[in-house]
Design a protein around this ligand. Structure first.
Ligand code: PRP
Ligand code: URA
Length: 209
């Protein structure tokens, strides 16, 4: 069963409180989501393998460590996942970025796919799928299905806020995928929004409400 990691670093939690605040405007919201994503990238990459290398410092030889092993890929779920890309790329700039376009039908809450463009060597990469919100889990589960159909074998899912329903769905549908989350909230409301959550992440990022 995939593990659930709640990232309780004080900086993440502080910034998440600011992001939740309905008075936070689009500019600050975008900046905070980027900063939280950078901090989450730090935790999510904690288990990357290292190998020893020898380098020469100005003073002498040193045996030191560098990241080794599979290359990384970052896959934002459009559109709100875009808000997390730059923060992640600041820490892992060599990662390739793939995109999956999905929106949630407001009536049925079912995900509707409209775009998928992934790095060609997706099966050889460690993939980090990102979306700020995991509500029913329908979008994330569909995105992971798409990626697996394209050959992906090693995937982590990262979100800012999850509902218990979304966590349960993702763990049931994709038991090989670890979930990294900054907060697990109480429940979903009748419109499928996370309570208390932060509202509609895409609209708040892009000012479309
Ligand atoms: C939001 C969010 C997730 C999805 C979560 O996207 O960014 O992708 O809803 O809901 P779920 O877990 O119930 O599927 P939305 O459909 O609003 O699209 P957008 O990112 O284009 O705004
Ligand atoms: N999508 C969002 O943007 N917010 C929610 O609370 C649920 C789904």
């Amino acid at each position: 069963m995939g593990r659930v990691h709640v990232l309780d670093h004080p900086l993440i939690q502080h910034k998440l409180s600011l992001v939740r605040d309905k008075e936070t405007g689009a500019k600050e919201f975008r900046e905070l989501v980027e900063e939280i994503s950078l901090l989450m990238a730090y935790e999510v990459t904690r288990d990357l393998p290292l190998k020893e290398v020898e380098i020469e410092t100005p003073v002498g030889k040193a045996r030191t460590k560098v990241i080794f092993g599979k290359k990384l890929g970052i896959i934002p779920i459009l559109r709100a996942g875009l808000g997390m890309v730059d923060g992640m790329l600041k820490l892992i700039p060599a990662a390739k970025v793939g995109h999956i376009g999905l929106y949630r039908d407001p009536e049925t809450l079912e995900p509707v796919g409209y775009y998928c463009k992934l790095p060609p060597d997706v099966e050889e990469r460690e993939l980090i799928v990102i979306d700020p919100m995991l509500a029913t889990g329908g979008s994330a589960s569909a995105a992971l299905n798409f990626i697996k159909q394209k050959g992906a074998r090693s995937i982590k899912f990262v979100c800012l806020i999850a509902a218990p329903e979304g966590i349960e769905r993702l763990r049931r549908d994709h038991e090989d995928v670890d979930i990294f989350v900054a907060a697990i909230d109480k429940c979903l409301n009748e419109h499928g929004y996370i309570v208390p959550g932060l509202g509609d992440a895409g609209d708040r990022l892009f000012g479309t409400k």
